[in-house]
Ligand binder design. Structure first.
Ligand code: V47
Ligand code: SF4
Length: 393
């Protein structure tokens, strides 16, 4: 285990006579593993400079995971981009009225996507999409059970709390009843989407018509109580103030104290391409890195912090590994459109195992393949890749 004596960089920073007193106190608390208060979280956003935050976050990351950086081999299925909701930041959805502009996949079409990976060592399919009024609980139970029947070893991670809230309400079932049906059909964990910013003042401006904070948290709590693991996201860098971010992280931290069911916290950088918030400038890389570092310091009961490379771009994702991040998500294989449609530089997100592992190695970390629930599959630290593997799709 790393102690403060093993990590002189932080000690040196803390000895700096010009360091703000309150920041110094926070640094001392981090080193002695004391929990930060919401006010301290806000102060870090207001006053913490990049190098100080980075040194502290890296100390915590190394204490928790050493140099290990996780990735997985996965692909996405996006059943539809037709959506009854009207989130202003969304570049991806099409309204039901204009559904001919979007896509709607049948169960057979989605099974064909799964079959494309027959014989390939993927471990997870991530299923997430718009909220289509005709794709109901029964439809998704059938989809899940057919995928499981075809490929029992594939971990099924699917549906944001927004999709689930609509599915369960439409089926007139409680969250617990609906979740049990999906679990029995093969669903194993939930992704973290739909959380955005929990505070109602911000939700009212960016996504007024979908599930609120309590509804989102209750769905994840119920999943945890049924033994499923889930992730949590935060869409940042738009209209929110620093204290909204801390309020969001605080609500998640409290639920995690109760259930311990969250695996990963995933900050999602708002991308402003082709949506109703295109006039809102995107955050700078410095702000992104500061946020990752503060998230690592604040979310002390979340085991993992993920930088989702298709959204952030691979260069910035690589940088986050020095600011608390220990997971980059997966190979993806160009199967998601959410971020390319919002203007991400990754227009066809796909990295093979060699490329992902190399990205991690170049940042001085140890690439470790994991499954969805962080069982380690293979450590690639000493694997030497051929030119051909690094160039291959
Ligand atoms: O909830 C939509 C976000 C989320 C934009 O759990 C946008 O492993 C930025 O949650 N700019 C869905 N973000 C994706 C998601 C996710 C992704 C990867 C891994 C996991 C996981 C979860 O995408 C939405 C919303 O917050 N989003 N539009 C946009 N313009
Ligand atoms: Fe629909 Fe999700 Fe887009 Fe909101 S973010 S409009 S819920 S697809």
């Amino acid at each position: 285990m790393t102690t403060r004596n093993d990590y002189p960089a932080v000690e040196i920073l803390l000895q700096d006579g010009s360091l703000d007193k309150a920041l110094k106190t926070i640094g001392e608390k981090v080193l002695s593993q004391e929990r930060l208060t919401p006010d301290e979280g806000i102060l870090l956003f207001e006053k913490g400079d990049l190098s100080y935050l980075g040194a502290l976050a890296n100390f915590v990351r190394v204490r928790m995971h050493g140099d290990k950086t996780y990735f997985n081999r996965n692909f996405h299925i996006e059943p539809t981009n037709v959506c009854i909701f009207t989130c202003k930041f969304c570049s991806y959805s099409r309204s039901y009225k204009h559904r001919e502009e979007g896509w709607e996949l049948s169960i057979d079409q989605m099974l064909d996507i799964v079959k494309k990976y027959d014989g390939q060592p993927v471990t997870e399919v991530h299923i997430v999409g718009g909220v289509h009024p005709k794709m109901n609980l029964e439809f998704f139970c059938e989809l899940l059970s057919k995928i499981k029947a075809h490929r029992p070893d594939l971990h099924l991670k699917g549906f944001t709390a927004v999709e689930l809230d609509y599915m369960f309400r439409k089926a007139k079932l409680s969250v617990e009843e609906g979740m049990k049906m999906l679990r029995d059909a093969g669903l194993q964990s939930l992704p973290g989407g739909g959380a955005e910013i929990f505070h109602p003042d911000i939700r009212a401006q960016i996504c007024h018509d979908k599930v609120d904070a309590d509804g989102w948290l209750n769905i994840h709590k119920t999943a945890h109580q049924l033994g499923m693991h889930t992730n949590a996201t935060m869409l940042y860098g738009h209209l929110e103030q620093y204290w909204h971010r801390v309020d969001h992280m605080e609500r998640l931290r409290q639920l995690q104290d109760e259930t311990k069911g969250f695996n990963t916290f995933i900050p999602l950088k708002f991308r402003n391409g082709d949506n109703e918030m295109s006039h809102v400038p995107e955050s700078s890389v410095i702000e992104d890195l500061r946020l990752y570092a503060i998230a690592r310091l604040y979310m002390d009961n979340f085991p993992h912090l993920k930088a989702y490379w298709p959204m952030l771009g691979r260069n910035s994702a690589q940088l986050t590994l020095s600011f608390g991040v220990n997971d980059l998500d997966g190979t993806i294989d160009d199967t998601t459109k959410i971020y390319s449609m919002a203007g991400s530089e990754e227009q066809n997100p796909s990295m093979n195992t060699a490329q992902l592992a190399m990205l991690i190695k170049q940042a001085g970390r140890r690439p470790v393949e994991r499954d969805t629930v962080y069982n380690e599959i293979k450590d690639y630290t000493d694997v030497v890749f051929s030119e051909e593997e690094l160039m291959a799709r």
